[in-house]
Ligand binder design. Structure first.
Ligand code: SF4
Ligand code: SF4
Length: 153
């Protein structure tokens, strides 16, 4: 549904163990599903498995560090390390400082270009209407862990 161009090359992500794993069972960082995705994936939310002291998305192939449903992976997985934040009934685009790629590229032109691309993409009426319709699924994240970029709606 959201065919977003990716900022980070898959080779970089494959060597990183930052995604798809969560410290807590009810972590706010677990990707939420759009209503449309609950039908497509036939689940209400991402299921986690507790392995080696951490909660791991059940769609993660641990040996290869790849997603079993990569082509159908949820919007929030495609979007990360960008986030949609909900605050005072508005939606904002933010960036998670926890991603090592982001920490290393904060001042890069490619990051700025991607932010411009993302804003244009998400503000297209088709995508924006899906986000508005699903407003209730989006979270607010700890301020010190994110960089607020701009208001979407
Ligand atoms: S934390 Fe960042 S670099 Fe690491 S896998 Fe996730 S998106 Fe890729
Ligand atoms: S659905 Fe795929 S990309 Fe999303 S958290 Fe699970 S393994 Fe990671």
């Amino acid at each position: 549904m959201f065919k977003l161009r990716q900022l980070i090359k898959s080779d970089f992500c494959k060597k990183c163990f930052g995604c798809c794993r969560f410290k807590e069972k009810e972590s706010i960082w677990i990707p939420k599903l759009l209503e449309e995705e609950t039908y497509l994936l036939k689940i209400k939310k991402i299921k986690l498995e507790f392995k080696e002291e951490i909660f791991i998305c059940s769609f993660l192939k641990i040996d290869s560090n790849l997603c079993k449903i990569y082509k159908k992976r949820p919007f929030e997985c495609r979007l990360y390390p960008f986030l949609i934040e909900s605050k005072n009934s508005n939606l904002f685009l933010s960036l998670h400082k926890g991603c090592p790629f982001i920490r290393n590229n904060l001042d890069s032109k490619s990051l700025q270009n991607y932010i411009n691309y993302l804003n244009k993409f998400l503000k297209k009426s088709y995508y924006l209407s899906i986000l508005i319709k699903n407003k209730s699924i989006f979270s607010s994240y700890p301020q010190e862990e994110t960089i607020k970029l701009n208001k979407l709606v």
